[in-house]
Ligand binder design. Structure first.
Ligand code: AMP
Length: 360
């Protein structure tokens, strides 16, 4: 394929999932003259506020899925745990980034094997299907380590940290396939975010250094430390190989630990990512816009960083209730609130990005 026909303005983009990532994707799509419709089970579907129409139906509702699919010129997702049965109900030739990406990334064991075959290094890990497997994994890998459900975990949910033999005794196999990973002694965490077009063009954003608390992203900072900068190139090679192997179209994120032994792959997200929110104000083109451009066959936008200093910080739980105060702070902070109804503890409610050219 040497050419693709772009989707004309007014075309309809279907988004599976209704969270903040879908909301920001739809906002970028609207700016480019597209119409978005969303689909997700009943809940706090904040993407619905900015979509022309929103299907609040179960993932098993085949007639609603068929009606949704029939209205879409292209279908994408904002959430990697969309059941495969749902993507199979979408027109395969109009589903991007493509089914295989979702299949690989929905399972931590699959994604680790996939990137290892492409040359990535991972923490020591073992599949855990029973208490006996867990004991064997503990004997082989030891502690500290983390037991994680292989599927459906996010923001540190479905994870049990084990830092001593005593703690190991208190953790039981949770009854679903898990992975036990040795704890990585890292200098920093970073992500590689790329966009790949249907013609195979790949562009990267600069990698931010990411900090986490309790398994959830807290901040993304640019420039990242020297430890990260030294390892980004190797990590990009893995990310690009992954995107090419999947025939990927859109935004792909791979998370890494920077260690004394080089980059260690942690996980991938076949979608726009929280650690790329800084690109809205901080880069020539945001991750959201470039995802839309890629899936609609438009030319990709530049990914260059436009400021010397950037910090994106998540606004979590009831901190959102007083977040408008941030607007009075110096330095013109960019506030994004997602419009979620309940400011529950540990829930991502918004983010704030601060950019400056003050300290070259
Ligand atoms: P995950 O859901 O796998 O991205 O894990 C969430 C966060 O927990 C990561 O960003 C790290 O901060 C931490 N973490 C997860 N796995 C490991 C590991 N094997 N070693 C050290 N820290 C980890």
């Amino acid at each position: 394929m040497s050419e693709i026909t772009p989707l004309p303005p007014g075309s309809t983009i279907g988004i599976l999932g209704g969270g903040q990532l879908g909301r920001m994707l739809a906002m970028a799509a609207n700016q480019l003259g597209y119409r978005c419709i969303g689909y997700a089970p009943a809940g706090d579907n904040v993407a619905a506020d900015v979509c022309a129409d929103f299907f609040e139906n179960g993932w098993g509702d085949t007639s609603a899925l068929a009606s949704f699919a029939s209205q879409c010129d292209v279908v994408t997702w904002e959430f990697e745990n969309v059941p495969l049965s749902v993507v199979d109900a979408m027109p395969r030739d109009r589903l991007l980034p493509g089914r295989r990406a979702l299949e690989v990334a929905q399972d931590r064991l699959n994604e680790k094997r996939f990137v290892e075959e492409l040359g990535a290094r991972c923490a020591l890990y073992a599949r855990v299907e029973s208490d006996d497997d867990f004991q064997r994994a503990l004997e082989r890998i030891g502690n500290p380590g983390i037991l994680k459900t292989a599927r459906d975990g996010y923001d540190g949910k479905g994870q049990w940290r084990i830092t001593s033999d005593y703690e190991a005794k208190g953790v039981r196999f949770p009854g679903r396939t898990c992975i036990y990973e040795g704890m990585v002694d890292f200098q920093a965490e970073f992500s590689v975010i790329l966009v790949r077009s249907a013609l195979g063009e790949v562009r990267f954003w600069d990698s931010s250094a990411n900090t986490h608390r309790g398994g959830m992203l807290v901040t993304s900072i640019l420039p990242a430390s020297a430890a990260v900068e030294a390892q980004v190139e190797q990590a990009r090679i893995i990310a690009e190989k992954t995107a090419n192997a999947l025939g990927y179209v859109g935004i792909l994120t791979l998370e890494f630990f920077a260690t004394a032994q080089g980059p260690i792959f942690n996980e991938m997200a076949p979608r726009v990512h929280n650690s790329g929110h800084w690109t809205i104000e901080g880069a020539a083109t945001s991750q959201f816009e470039n995802h839309i451009r890629a899936i609609c066959g438009l030319p990709l936008g530049g990914t260059e960083t436009r400021f010397n200093q950037i910090e994106m910080r998540n606004i979590v739980g009831d901190e959102a209730l007083s977040a408008h105060h941030i607007l009075a702070e110096e330095g013109e902070p960019h506030l994004h609130l997602y419009g979620k109804g309940q400011a529950l503890e540990g829930r991502k409610m918004g983010h704030v990005t601060r950019v400056s050219n003050d300290h070259p």
